[in-house]
Design a protein around this ligand. Sequence first.
Ligand code: ADP
Length: 632
Amino acid sequence: MKKVAAVFVLAVFVPSLVLAWLALRSLRDQQFLLERQQSSLYQGVADGLARDVQSALADDLNVFAAKLSALLQDAQPADLAANFDERLRQNWPLAQVGFVVAENGELLSPSTRGRPQARSFIENNRRFLANRESAAVYWNQNLGKTPLAANNLAANNPDFGKATAKEDFAANNAAASRSAFAGRPDGSLDKLKQRLGTYNTPRSVIPQQQAPAASEPGSPANSQDTLQAFSKLVPSEAEFRQLIGQAAQGMLARFVDNQLSLLFWCRPASAPNLIFGAQLDLANLKSELGGLLGQLDPALRQSICVALLDDNARPAALSHPFFHANWKRPFVATEIGETLPHWEVAVYLLDPAKLAHSAQTLKVTLGLLIGLLVFAIGSGSWLIVADLNRQLVSARQKTDFVSNVSHELKTPLTSIRMFSELLAEGRVTDPARQRSYLSIIAAETARLTRLINNVLDFARTERGQKRYRFQKCDLLQLVRELTDTYRPHLEAEGFRFQCALPAAPIVVNADRDALAQVVLNLLSNAEKYSGERKEILLRLEQQSAPLPHLELAVLDRGLGVPPGAEEKIFEKFYRAHDALSCGIQGSGLGLTLARQIARAHGGEILYAPREGGGSCFSLRLPAAEPPPQLES
Ligand code: ADP
């Protein structure tokens, strides 16, 4: 049994506990995991919108080229160049200023006498467009590829490769980005920085959720003190002619007095020596791009606000117009790229506490589930072990029963055979001894009969085939007959056998043989477990409390029932006094049957220790009432 229990505990219980412990440990990281899940979901949203913004700009560039072609169909290039600013603005609301640059860098449009916007455009861009001043352009270092404008430049101008260290950049790209983010600048990076300008350009926002490598569970990665957010864009200086190279069209972004100026340009096939361009109206562009935020999935809308942030981290467009937050600390954000340098698509949680709350709810739910699982495994294990124990005890009891019964059969049979042989051989001539031998044979036969009756009755009861024949009978008369039969045997064994019986008959509706079996079992037990003081008292009386009933008690001065076994002695095969330790034979069925019979008569059989030592077994039967279970 111990071995089975140990195997069970090792194979099932311990692994379950270890699993539960691991599961409980993993609960601690729930908030982090949930944040990760949400951050990758929302990062995807931001990345997608950033791509949408880029393609919207690419579409706008194509629209610009189409508008230009349409205008060129109506007018000669030279004529159009003179009033391109007005013509373009009439046709395309996204244009703030239309400009035309000749091959030699001369600005043909807009006119210096024009509107204030046109004048300030000329002031800010004349030198740049005439190639007398360079402007900052941006490289996307993370992608390891050249930006749109610089691509044109690199593809079309062989000198530019040398001038901008493009090859150096490509070769050092991986090392440079690693070094830059790890804060471990090396020699090649410094060289690159010198040629490209300031390398570690800070981002305009610091997302709460950094890229996975930047924060680990439990690390203070999100604290603003320790966090540095760098832009993926690297600035570089280039002139207009270098930027456009031989390409047909393109866009470039430059900052003039910290103001973003977004320029589209196109070199029409019909006038390759002229470059037509447009400075975009940022207000109109913002409202056009804001339309993209309106397409946010309704499910996401309920939990996040998406903002298009300009280079000063101010919202250019919002998915939720009345939402306010610390714009510089979004949940996640993505830079749009070299087309709109330092602009970001940022995602803010509408209810930041909800995440912690969901994590807490998840923790509690999972904790409860794990607790329930452990409880189920624990109680299941306990039930299995208890059942196993019961089975083993029952198996052992059955084995004991077989050996006890065999012994019980053998002992009287030996006596019967021995005394009957003596009498048969005629060697015993003394009539008194002959009578004594005969009475021993009769007593042993009675004992055998009782044993066999008990075993057969028990077998019948177990199979549900036990039948009682209830009929009116005098209990007093029955008890008298039994005690008269049993008395000689008891007295021969040296017992003082007293009977306290009422004078009047007691009529009951009962199975006479079954009641006789109960009385004989009780008397036989009193004899077996008598010990030194061989005194037996049988008492039959009518009692009135708590309800009127009959009580037949058999009292002895014997060993008594050991404490704790008072109820167990009524279980089948249970023996409180083992044959091995006390040398008392028995089958462990006598009291089981006695109780079954008593209950079948609507009564009960009870044990109580007798005052002054010994046992008192009392059979209680309902008085003068019809039996509850009639013959079935
Ligand atoms: P058994 O065949 O072992 O006597 P029983 O069912 O008649 O089986 O009794 C069950 C157990 O109850 C006995 O083994 C014994 O330990 C205890 N018992 C029964 N009667 C007495 C008694 N009069 N005094 C002490 N113990 C008793």
